[in-house]
Each structure stands twice: as structure tokens, then as C-alpha cells.
Design a protein around this ligand. Structure first.
Ligand SMILES: Cc1cc2nc3c(=O)[nH]c(=O)nc-3n(C[C@H](O)[C@H](O)[C@H](O)COP(=O)(O)OP(=O)(O)OC[C@H]3O[C@@H](n4cnc5c(N)ncnc54)[C@H](O)[C@@H]3O)c2cc1C
Length: 484
């Protein structure tokens, strides 16, 4: 039987594996994280720790496929701008088919009924008018919000179904793949135990699916085959996590949960957008070991009185600079340095007045994350802050109160995206039998499309096994901006 190495069992890896369960190929799955049933919820959420440990636990650092374990919001609409760029690669109908499959799988395995948020016609009319008057563009999406608390049960149940169907699968948990090297038409996959290395081993495989996420993007660039891939540099998003009263946003929360609203800044013509809204949610640190970012999540049962969401400014770079990740990490490290090691928090009113926040004792909005009060403008470029302030002032026309002085801004909230890799409609690269899926391919930005790309790759391997032709790789098209 031919062998396949599946590297990374996050959102895309899991759905690729689902396609391959029971197929005529021996699948070896590698993931640095522990078996799903042993993965734990964030210790801060559980009340077991007050702050992130200096060495991040594997909860949100690479190792636990963050988005399908943390918050677990899934965009279900095939959109040309939201959630990734698969629309460009496979077209609307094919993408929607994959997203429908993801939706059906998650709902089937959910331990409780999870409502699908679908805007109705009246809501759409309402937001279109409000957004236009505010100078913003609304992008339609259907959404499934599973919540961090339901994530372990859903993922474990999907994996159990795969296990029952797949005697052809061998798991290598707690295992890091060190390298993938081509040997004639095969791949030599070198791996070792992640936490206790010292017993390196090798697998020779006929196919390889690389689904290592954004956390593995840097590793990917160091692989032997990488120089033969057709790539374009990725993009960065620099922004803040906004925390405000849930009463200011309740109208849009009730109608949409998270409306995707785009804005072009007057200052620099940059694209500014919201991302990852968490009505009645909590702001959390996202510990990347060398720097700490902020993030947010919400739960199905425990609620706060705040809403948090990111406002991000997108940037791509042209020659000679080609390391957008380094750029965003450097900004994050400067913020951490000013804050004594973690995130900074500042009132919007103080940012606008050019002064640091000293205390939040009398602030209307009480923070859900303890962070150092300070001045974000000492670390962030002016054009980024101008874009954020303009965005919030436009949003205030839809959600009155949001741009008030008491609204809190946490930094750093930075996202960087890997290089965009040329692939065909089944996520196969120019290297035959090498598939790169999910966020590590840069074609996806969220759980829904990452899982969809896994489905496409799984189907691609099945086509290869049956010797069916796959159309050649798509030309590389760099998007204006694609968002989650
Ligand atoms: C804190 C956080 C919250 C998020 N919340 C959401 C959300 O609510 N909704 C949403 O749509 N998106 C969310 N995202 C984004 C989402 O996580 C990603 O878009 C999605 O998980 C991408 O799926 P993937 O399969 O490409 O990668 P991942 O899900 O990241 O999986 C990659 C896997 O590869 C493994 N791996 C990496 N390198 C190696 C190696 N060398 N050897 C072996 N294994 C390796 C990792 O352990 C991991 O399990 C969030 C991201 C973060 C960081």
C-alpha cells in the first residue's frame, strides 16, 4: 500500500483525514500536540492560572490548532473576501459545497444545538443603509459559533468517527516533523518526539499533505522543496483589540453576531476591518513565547458585560522588504517591552489626546484582561493608529458609543500571513504529490476555509490514487485584501 504523511492535525488536517479514512493508502498523521482527548481548555479560563506562564502552554501557541479549539467560530459563506481566497481558486459553487460539508460535520458532532447565524432580509437592508451612511462596506456571511467550551467535544467526536472508519491511519501524537526531503518521487519525513526529543525516525511516503497552520509557516520556508514552489510574500495586519460595552453593540450583535465591515482610511487609503467579535466575551493573552499578543473569545455559558473585537489595518510590502512577519513581530515586541512583558491597554480618549492611560479605576468600561496601562502610540506607526481611530469613529455611526473616550484598546493585536503558494484546485503544489493546505498555504484565514482546503486535498489524493487527472496549478494572484 502507498503511504501518505499528513503533517499537522488542525482544522485542515482533520478534514483531509476525514476524506482519507478507509481509503487505499496508509496515512501517517503527525502533530506536535497531544491526542485530542488529552487537550485541555485554557488554564486562565479555567481559573487555574491568573496570567500566561512565561513559556506559553500549548493552548494558543503552535501545537493545538488554535481556532478550532479556541472560540471556534466558523464562517459558512463562500465569499470572495472573507475567510480566505479559496473562492478565487475553486469558485463559489465548489467552495460552498466544501463549507456545507464542514457545517454538516460540525453540527452532527456538536454536543448541544448550535445556532447558525443567518442575517435576514430586513437585517441586511438595515446594515447596508447604516454602513453606507457611515462610509463602510458590509460583507455578508453566515456564521456558526461553537464556543471554546464545546470545541473539545466536537473535535474529539469527529476524530472518533474517523478512527472507526479508518484502519489505514497511524497516529504520531506529540511528534514534531523536523524535515521533509524529496528522494526521487518520494518524500523522506524525519520526525522525533516533541517534548522529549532524542529518538529521531524516518518515514518514506508517496504523498505528503502539509497542514501546519500559521504556527508552522516559518518551518515550511526552511524545507528543501520550498525553493521549487512558486510563492509571493504574505500580508500583515496590525491593530488593536477593542473592548467596549455590549450595550453599544447589542443591535448589531443581535442581528449578525459579527458583521464584517470594511473601511478605507482617509489618512492613507489603507484597508481597515473588524475581526473576531466576541459579544459578552473576554479578552485573552495569546502567548507566542517570544512575544505576547492579545486575542478575544466568548463562551456559550459564561458571559461578561463587554464586547471585544479586533480592528486591523492590512499592509503588504513591495521590494526590497520581504519579511512581513518580522515587521509585525518587531512591533509586538516593542509593545511588550513598553508594558514590561505583556500587552498594553489604553483608553481611546487618551490615545486621541496624545497621552498615556495611567489608571482605569474610574473608567466606564471595566477590562476583562489585566494589562499594563500605557501609550500604544509609542510603538505603533501613525498611519495604523489613524486608520484605527477613523474606523471606530465610522463604526460609532452604526453602534453609537463605541468611539467614546472610555472604550479600551489593547495592543499588540497583530496577524501575519505566510507566503502565498501556487497550488491547483486540489491544493497540490508544483511538486507532484505534495499538497499544502490551510493557513500554511496562505489560501485560508479561518477554520471554515482551512477545513475546506483539507477536503479538497483529501479528494486530490483520492484522485491521484485512482490515476485521475487534476487540472494544473492556478496562477498566483495576490488579492487586494482577503480577511477573516
Ligand atoms: C487564538 C486564536 C483563535 C482563533 N479563533 C478563530 C475562530 O474562532 N474562527 C476562525 O475561523 N479562525 C480562528 N483562528 C484562526 C484559525 O486558528 C486558523 O485559521 C485555522 O486553525 C487554520 O487551520 P490549519 O489547519 O491551517 O492550521 P492549524 O489549525 O493551526 O493546525 C496546524 C497544526 O499543525 C501542527 N504542526 C505545526 N507544525 C508541525 C510540525 N513541524 N510537526 C507536526 N505538527 C505540526 C500544529 O500542532 C497544529 O495542530 C484563530 C487563531 C488563533 C491563534
Amino acid at each position: 500500500m502507498q503511504k501518505l504523511a499528513l503533517i499537522g492535525l488542525g482544522a485542515s488536517g482533520l478534514f483531509a483525514l476525514k476524506e482519507l479514512a478507509g481509503a487505499n493508502v496508509e496515512v501517517h498523521v503527525f502533530d506536535v500536540g497531544p491526542v485530542y482527548s488529552k487537550r485541555y481548555a485554557c488554564p486562565i479560563d479555567q481559573g487555574k492560572l491568573a496570567v500566561c506562564p512565561p513559556k506559553a502552554c500549548s493552548y494558543c501557541a503552535p501545537g493545538q490548532s488554535a481556532g478550532s479549539w479556541n472560540d471556534f467560530k466558523v464562517i459558512l459563506s463562500a465569499s470572495p473576501v472573507i475567510g480566505g481566497r479559496l473562492f478565487e481558486l475553486v469558485g463559489e459553487a465548489e467552495l460552498q459545497k466544501c463549507l456545507n460539508k464542514v457545517r454538516a460535520t460540525i453540527l452532527e458532532h456538536a454536543p448541544v444545538e448550535i445556532p447558525v447565524v443567518t442575517p435576514n432580509l430586513e437585517d441586511l437592508e438595515w446594515i447596508k443603509k447604516k454602513a453606507t451612511l457611515a462610509g463602510m462596506t458590509y460583507h455578508y456571511q453566515e456564521l456558526l459559533h461553537c464556543g471554546s467550551d464545546n470545541a473539545p467535544a466536537i473535535n474529539t467526536s469527529i476524530l472518533n468517527e474517523i478512527l472507526a472508519k479508518g484502519p489505514n491511519i497511524v497516529f504520531h501524537w506529540d511528534t514534531k516533523v523536523a524535515s521533509v526531503i524529496r528522494q526521487n518521487e518520494k518524500f523522506v519525513v524525519a520526525y522525533d518526539h516533541y517534548r522529549k526529543p532524542g529518538t529521531p525516525q524516518e518515514l518514506i511516503s508517496d504523498f505528503c499533505i502539509v497542514s501546519v497552520g500559521r504556527g508552522g509557516a516559518n518551518w515550511l520556508t526552511q524545507q528543501e522543496f520550498y525553493k521549487d514552489l512558486d510563492i509571493q510574500p504574505g500580508q500583515v495586519d496590525i491593530g488593536v483589540r477593542v473592548e467596549t460595552s455590549c450595550y453599544f453593540t447589542e443591535e448589531v450583535d443581535k442581528r449578525f453576531y459579527e458583521p464584517k465591515l470594511y473601511y478605507r482610511s482617509r489618512h492613507s487609503n489603507d484597508v481597515v476591518r473588524n475581526f473576531c467579535s466576541n459579544p459578552k466575551g473576554f479578552v485573552t493573552p495569546e502567548n507566542h513565547r517570544e512575544y505576547v499578543l492579545v486575542n478575544g473569545h466568548s463562551k456559550m455559558y459564561e458571559k461578561s458585560e463587554n464586547n471585544n473585537f479586533a480592528v486591523l489595518v492590512s499592509k503588504t510590502f513591495t521590494r526590497p522588504f520581504k519579511d512581513p512577519q518580522l515587521y509585525s513581530q518587531t512591533i509586538a515586541k516593542i509593545v511588550n517591552m513598553l508594558a514590561g512583558g505583556g500587552p498594553l491597554i489604553q483608553r481611546l480618549g487618551d490615545l486621541r489626546s496624545g497621552r498615556r492611560t495611567k489608571s482605569l479605576a474610574n473608567n466606564l468600561i471595566k477590562p476583562t484582561l489585566e494589562a499594563e496601562c500605557g501609550d500604544i502610540s509609542l510603538a505603533y506607526p501613525h498611519r495604523i493608529l489613524e486608520g484605527i481611530i477613523e474606523y471606530l469613529e465610522a463604526l460609532d455611526k452604526i453602534c453609537p458609543g463605541v468611539a467614546g473616550n472610555h472604550t479600551l484598546l489593547y495592543a499588540p493585536e497583530c496577524k501575519s500571513y505566510p507566503d502565498s503558494i501556487k497550488v491547483n484546485k486540489n491544493m497540490e503544489t508544483d511538486v507532484p504529490n505534495l499538497f499544502i493546505t490551510g493557513d500554511s498555504s496562505s489560501w485560508t484565514r479561518g477554520v471554515g476555509q482551512a477545513a475546506s482546503s483539507g477536503i479538497l486535498a483529501g479528494q486530490g489524493v483520492l484522485r491521484r490514487l485512482s490515476k485521475e487527472e487534476i487540472p494544473t496549478a492556478s496562477p498566483l494572484v495576490i488579492p487586494v485584501t482577503s480577511v477573516t
